[in-house]
Each structure stands twice: as structure tokens, then as C-alpha cells.
Design a protein around this ligand. Structure first.
Ligand code: 2P0
Length: 351
């Protein structure tokens, strides 16, 4: 046994975290190197849509490299184990104890698969939190939230924003200290109507999408609108931060809807081009705009990389918007499926 191995503080243990997904208003789309974003993004963390992950670890003197197994909803998931191998390869230089311990990772989500909620964001962030905690238990070294966010980014870009609750930026831009390596919590005093923002996710389709986000990011590399997109996101981000401070819902609506439709326009103009929106997605977009115009209620949409629509509104308008959703929008959803969510406070360690 080497000196390094005997230095670890524990032989075994188990850690458990819940971690929310997040929804971006200014979208991350395109990357260089290992999850370095082409443009800065801004999201808020959800409350009810989260992943719960536990990692059990035990020291094995016979180990000569990483050994782990992954179970999703109690079933062994070899496909995700392969993805996780790539992640672990990226982090074993920082966490050398990974070569000496066996890990059993067990994960489950509170939201259904392909529901328009980014499961990679909450999964990798939850795992990063668990690994950081184990690191602390074995070495005595506690990582900062930024370091944990950096770790989550190496699993999935958007995951770095799930390590914090509330509103978060990720990616460098001119007017604020924000890093490409990790997310940063927006510490500015935000208007109360954005501190209780509601997000009702309308499930237009549960089918697995034809083009993954990772493939979509790659198509930005030679995209004809790449530079224009980078400029647009930077401008929208600066505007959005002001809007959030001032409680300017009209400004918010303009940025949120422009970002959502621009994201899908980038997909439609990639080579090869593709569409993830469905006819019912567009119908819902039109109905939200009509309802807003007629009722002067601040309600708008954002869309992730899929056909499902996130309906955003302040808590004070919950009653009218929920009635509108029930009566006018659910008929365009798959089996009238939807998920009510809202801004949340971030991850929790389960003892
Ligand atoms: C976002 N999305 O900002 C954007 C908007 C989807 C649309 O980040 O390859 O799962 O793991 O870094 O983070 C989805 O992409 O991709 C995403 P990887 P990720 O939330």
C-alpha cells in the first residue's frame, strides 16, 4: 500500500444530495474544448424538479483504477455508465482517491424522462456535490461552490448552473465577473416578482429527441450565424440582468421569447438542419402571445432543446394563468401532461 492510500481518512461511507434542474433564459448554445461555452448564459434553478443521488464508497486495496456502478431508479444503467466514464476520466487527476475506492451511484428524478426538464443538469450537479463531499470526508479538503460547479460543468455544461439556487450566470461577459469555468450566483438585489417566478412545463411530446444537445452544440462550430449569436447572447444577458433588478416583465418577456425562438432558429439553420419544435409547440406559443395581448397579464414562454414549452409568470398571476393553461393549452399537450414548478433555493444534503 502506498503512502497516499493510507492517508485517506475513511474506509467507507455514503453521501446523498438532492439537486434541482435549471431553466436557461439566455441560452448556452455551442462550446469549445471541454464544456467551455461559446456564449454566456443565465438561468434559474427549479424547485420541484430535482435529482436525488447517493454515492456509497468503500476502500479496496486491490483497485488499480476507477471502479463504479450506476443505478437509475433501482436499475443498473450501462448506457449512462459509459457516459460517466468520460466524466470520471476528466476528474481523476483532481480526485486521485477515485482510483482506490469502489463507488455505487444510485440516482432518481422527481420528473419523468424527456419531460422538457434537463436531467443531465440535475444529475451531474448532484453527482458533483456527492463527490465533493466524499473528497472532504477522505482528505479533509472542502471545495467551494464554484469548484463544485466547475466539476459539474465537466459532466454537462448546464449542470454547473444547478449547484446554486436562484438566478445564476455562467460564461464570461463584459459587465460582470462571471467565469467560463463555473456558474456564479447573481447576488444583485432582484425584484420580488422574479424571486417567485413560476414555471409550468407543458409536455407536448415525451418522445426521445432526434438530435441530442451535445450534437446541437457541435453544429455551432461552423454555423453561419455563430458570431451573430454570440453577440446576441451577450447583449441579452446585460439587458436581462437590468430587467431582473427593475422588475420589468415586458423587458423579460422580450428577452425570454427571443432567446427561445433564436435557439430553435439556430437548430433550423444548422448544417444539417433539424427541428425539435412540433406543430403543437407553435400553437401554444401563439396562444400565450394572444392571451398576454388580450389580458395584459405578464406571461411568456421559454423553450429548452425540445418541443415542450415552459410557461413563465409571476406568482401573483398564478390563478388566471393556471386557468388559461387548463382550458386553452393542455389540449395541445401529450395526454394533457404538465408539471408545475417554480424558482427554488438549490441543492440539499440528505443526512
Ligand atoms: C441551456 N441547453 O442553456 C441550453 C439551452 C439546452 C438549450 O445546455 O453537451 O445538456 O452536456 O454540455 O448542457 C443543454 O445542453 O449539453 C443545454 P452538454 P447540455 O440550458
Amino acid at each position: 500500500m502506498t503512502q497516499k492510500q493510507t492517508a485517506y481518512l475513511r474506509k467507507e461511507g455514503v453521501v446523498k444530495y438532492t439537486c434541482p434542474s435549471n431553466i436557461a433564459i439566455v441560452k448556452y448554445w455551442g462550446k469549445t474544448d471541454i464544456q467551455i461555452p461559446l456564449n454566456p448564459s443565465l438561468s434559474f434553478s427549479l424547485k420541484h424538479s430535482f435529482t436525488q443521488t447517493s454515492v456509497s464508497y468503500f476502500f479496496d486495496s486491490a483497485n488499480k483504477g476507477l471502479r463504479f456502478s450506476f443505478y437509475f431508479e433501482q436499475k443498473k444503467n450501462e448506457k449512462f455508465e459509459q457516459k460517466l466514464s468520460v466524466f470520471f476520466d476528466r476528474i481523476t487527476d483532481k480526485f486521485s482517491w477515485l482510483n482506490h475506492y469502489n463507488l455505487k451511484i444510485e440516482s432518481q428524478n422527481t420528473f419523468p424522462h424527456s419531460s422538457g426538464i434537463a436531467s443531465s443538469a440535475s444529475s451531474y450537479a448532484a453527482l458533483a456535490l456527492c463527490l465533493s463531499k466524499i473528497h472532504q470526508q477522505l482528505t479533509g479538503v472542502e471545495l467551494s461552490c464554484e469548484e463544485i460547479s466547475n466539476l459539474a460543468r465537466l459532466g454537462s455544461g448546464s449542470a454547473c448552473r444547478s449547484v446554486f439556487g436562484g438566478w445564476n450566470t455562467w460564461g464570461e461577459f463584459t459587465q460582470k465577473k462571471s467565469s467560463n469555468l463555473h456558474a456564479s450566483h447573481l447576488h444583485e438585489h432582484l425584484h420580488a416578482s422574479f424571486a417567485d417566478i413560476q414555471d409550468t412545463i407543458l409536455i407536448v411530446s415525451k418522445d426521445k429527441k432526434e438530435v441530442s444537445s451535445t450534437a446541437g452544440h457541435q453544429l455551432m462550430e461552423n454555423h453561419p450565424y455563430k458570431n451573430g449569436r454570440i453577440q446576441q447572447a451577450n447583449k441579452n444577458l446585460v439587458t436581462l440582468i437590468e430587467v431582473l433588478k427593475n422588475g420589468d416583465w415586458n423587458g423579460f418577456i422580450e428577452v425570454a421569447e427571443s432567446e427561445a425562438l433564436s435557439l430553435h432558429a439556430l437548430m433550423m439553420s444548422s448544417t444539417p438542419s433539424y427541428t425539435l419544435l412540433l406543430p403543437n409547440s407553435i400553437k401554444i406559443v401563439q396562444l400565450i402571445r394572444e392571451f398576454r395581448e388580450q389580458n395584459k397579464i405578464p406571461v411568456c414562454f421559454t423553450i429548452d432543446a425540445g418541443p415542450n414549452i415552459h410557461v413563465l409568470y409571476p406568482a401573483r398571476n398564478k390563478k388566471e394563468v393556471n386557468e388559461f393553461i387548463q382550458n386553452d393549452l393542455l389540449p395541445y399537450c401529450d395526454d394533457k401532461n404538465f408539471i408545475n414548478d417554480e424558482l427554488g433555493t438549490g441543492p440539499t444534503e440528505i443526512n
